[in-house]
Design a protein around this ligand. Structure first.
Ligand SMILES: [Zn+2]
Length: 259
């Protein structure tokens, strides 16, 4: 099993990060930690060096914070991606958030920034992990123009099934589902209909815990895998195998425990 998206570099984990990673190691093949900002990207890289073959980094720029950023910040983000291309397994998380951002001009700015990262991913031929909220259809229209991006991941997908069908039709785009599955009827309905071959699992830790007041952690991804098996009425091993293989393929990694 893999947690394909979390933020264990956050200060929420400063007091017990070692234990959190130890618990993840007991249950999972590997963990992908997604950079959120320029400083987060550097922390994520450091973590991946401390836990080689278990923690894999992606470098990104979160859409909600990105709109407040300067051109200089963005330039740094692009440069860091180029300089660490060989160490990171994808670009992300980047994207667009229409839930938090309602202002028209700010939405436009988000899109410009997102497009900048798409162009970079296209040039570098790197997979991209996207945070897209309440604008999934628009994102599908935008990403369709980039032919050299090997894989697209919609992290914590919450769009319609109609858009999910378009994502599956692309054949190199995936939807990631979190532990939110355990309590969200909307996500449960989506899982029932989406083909396992386009599904990934994640926690988005420290967010989206089973109980909203709690802190989430990567080991909890097991709950998402079990829930998918229950909803689709297939055995846990099959869900584990297929979702893990999907992640290996997208991020070109072979985790230490499975070698
Ligand atoms: Zn995230």
């Amino acid at each position: 099993m893999i947690d394909t998206h979390c933020h264990i570099d956050f200060e929420d984990f400063d007091n017990d990060r070692t234990e959190v990673i130890k618990r993840a190691k007991e249950k999972l093949d590997c963990v992908i930690v997604s950079g959120y900002s320029n400083s987060s990207n550097m922390k994520v890289l450091e973590l991946s060096k401390d836990y080689e073959n278990f923690i894999y980094p992606t470098f990104g720029f979160h859409p909600v914070s990105s709109q407040k950023s300067t051109e200089e910040d963005l330039k740094t983000a692009h440069e860091n991606i180029l300089n660490h291309q060989k160490e990171i397994v994808a670009i992300g998380e980047v994207g667009m958030d229409y839930f938090y951002v309602t202002d028209k001009a700010l939405r436009k700015r988000q899109q410009e920034i997102f497009t900048g990262f798409l162009k970079l991913a296209d040039e570098c031929e790197m997979p991209i992990v996207m945070h897209v909220r309440d604008c999934e259809k628009k994102a599908v229209n935008i990403i369709g123009e980039y032919d050299n991006i090997p894989y697209f991941v919609f992290h914590c997908y919450g769009g319609s099934f109609k858009t999910a069908k378009r994502i599956m039709d692309m054949d190199n785009a995936y939807m990631s589902f979190s532990t939110m599955l355990c309590y969200s009827k909307q996500h449960q309905d989506l899982i029932e209909k989406i083909d396992l071959n386009y599904i990934l699992t994640e926690t988005d830790s420290p967010y989206l815990a089973m109980k909203k007041e709690n802190r989430n952690e990567p080991a909890n991804v097991v709950n998402a895998v079990y829930k998918i098996a229950e909803i689709k009425n297939i055995d846990v091993d099959t869900v584990d195998e297929i979702t893990t293989e999907n992640a290996y393929r997208i991020f070109s990694i072979k985790c230490a425990t499975s070698i």
